[in-house]
Write a protein that binds this ligand. Sequence first.
Ligand code: URA
Length: 209
Amino acid sequence: MSKVQVMDHPLIQHKLTILRDKNTGTKDFREAVNEIARLMAFEVSRDMPLQDVEIETPLVKSIQKELAGKKVAIIPILRAGLGMVDGMLDLIPAAKVGHVGMYRDHETLEPVEYFVKLPSDINERQLLVVDPMLATGGSAIAAIDSLKKRGASTIKFVCLVAAPEGVEALEQAHPDVEIYTAALDERLDENGYIIPGLGDAGDRLFGTL
Ligand code: URA
């Protein structure tokens, strides 16, 4: 059974309001996405395992902690997921970055995969699949299907705004994948947009409105 974690930290909520505001321009939108992704990376990495390591401080030998366990790969779903990569890399700079290209057919609302380029060792890595919007769940499910087909086994999904419909669909398709979101919104509209949402995340990030 997967779990949804809603990150209601005040800094995240404040920046999310900036994203939702239709008067926020591309530059500020991009900056806020980056900042939220950085804050979310902090929470998403909370359960990373540690191991003991002996070091010498200037005064004594001492047993301290260092990260152990799987190395990380960040996998943005193109194109809007790209907006979250730099913020996450700020906190996890050694992570590799793979790309999965999905677009949503505006008529069928079904995801279509058009590009996949991944680190060769994804089966050994903790994958953080990032996409700002979890709407119908179609792209996330298809991207994760594609990663699992290529050997991935340890996956978290990180988004900014989720619809209940998307969460349910993703949980059903991939119950092993933990979902992290900054907000769980009300619903989808008839065009597959999240309400209240923030509009088309890709268009707002890249100024293609
Ligand atoms: N994708 C977006 O960018 N926005 C939505 O509201 C739904 C899907």
